[in-house]
Design a protein around this ligand. Sequence first.
Ligand SMILES: NC(=O)c1ccc[n+]([C@@H]2O[C@H](COP(=O)([O-])OP(=O)(O)OC[C@H]3O[C@@H](n4cnc5c(N)ncnc54)[C@H](OP(=O)(O)O)[C@@H]3O)[C@@H](O)[C@H]2O)c1
Length: 328
Amino acid sequence: MKRIGIAGATGLVGETLLRILEPGPHRIEDLRLFASAKSAGTKLKFRDREYEVQEVDPEGFKDLDVAFFCLEADLARKLVPQVAKHCPVIDKSSEFRLKPDVPLVVPEVNASSLKGHKNIVANPNCTTIPLVVAVNPLHQRFGLEKLWIASYQSVSGAGKAAVEQLSYENEFVALRRTPDSKGSPLGPQIADNVIPQIADFDAHGHNGEETKTTRESAKILGLPNLKVNSTCVRVPVSVGHSLAVTCRFSQAVKVKDALHVLKDAPGVVLRAGNDYATPIDCRGNDSVFVSRVRQGAEPEELSLWIVTDNLRKGAATNAVQIAELLKE
Ligand SMILES: NC(=O)c1ccc[n+]([C@@H]2O[C@H](COP(=O)([O-])OP(=O)(O)OC[C@H]3O[C@@H](n4cnc5c(N)ncnc54)[C@H](OP(=O)(O)O)[C@@H]3O)[C@@H](O)[C@H]2O)c1
């Protein structure tokens, strides 16, 4: 991985990608950074050099080993197929995730799905990634039948503008004043609040994030008929997504056996007993933290608390892991 392009290098995921690659083992000889026309000419520091950001142009990706796409879905739809003519593209948007000929990859779970890829690989949603990293080892052992998910998602999951909105609103709330949330990328006021909507509702009342977690988990786990009840909620946390999950298996499961499985599960940091992880604990870390493993209402059910840094394992770290697999 010596020649790399990043589209969306000035955004939260693009910047996180640079910070992850910076101390890494890769000898990067050609780094090309792209964003909107607004950012063209901006300089970003990487290792001991400054790199000038260019306006994104598919021709700019010629002769690269890999391109990381950190743009919204409408831009990815237009640009990714053109860039994929030059080099493999790892796309972080939702655009290609459910296409049958595009692998949707979480390396700890389904690395083998990369075989025969056609130069476009999709990176899953930032809530789906920690969910499947934690649940797949249990599924392999006990046979997963159904999931109940409630997510508590940080505002950075909605990009840079959302983080700025939270900071602005926090200042008003600290002074006991009401911020102006008109035009907020998150909809209603988020400071001092909780919003049970992430993306648009469908005809059945499911918000976009609920549909993504349901469909993407089924694809990654290879369980097309998996039953998922998902409620996705935005909370006033800057970084770190949390999930309260109950899994139903095809057999009775003892907590001690589940802990034994999770202890050695790839990508998982387990906290046992009453010790638990919070978003602050996971920030800047590449693991999925699992804690509060306990029996559900039935012997076949287990409940878990899962937390991860949505910008790292939920986005950029997962993409770097995919790139490393592509190189192999
Ligand atoms: N944030 C997360 O936790 C997360 C997790 C998983 C997946 N994702 C997905 O990753 C993608 C990027 O998310 P993000 O959080 O990094 O968003 P962001 O902070 O809003 O950054 C968006 C990036 O897109 C660029 N951009 C915007 N309009 C453009 C245009 N017309 N042409 C070229 N570039 C343009 C921006 O460049 P300028 O600075 O020049 O405007 C910026 O670099 C999205 O598809 C998102 O759904 C995000």
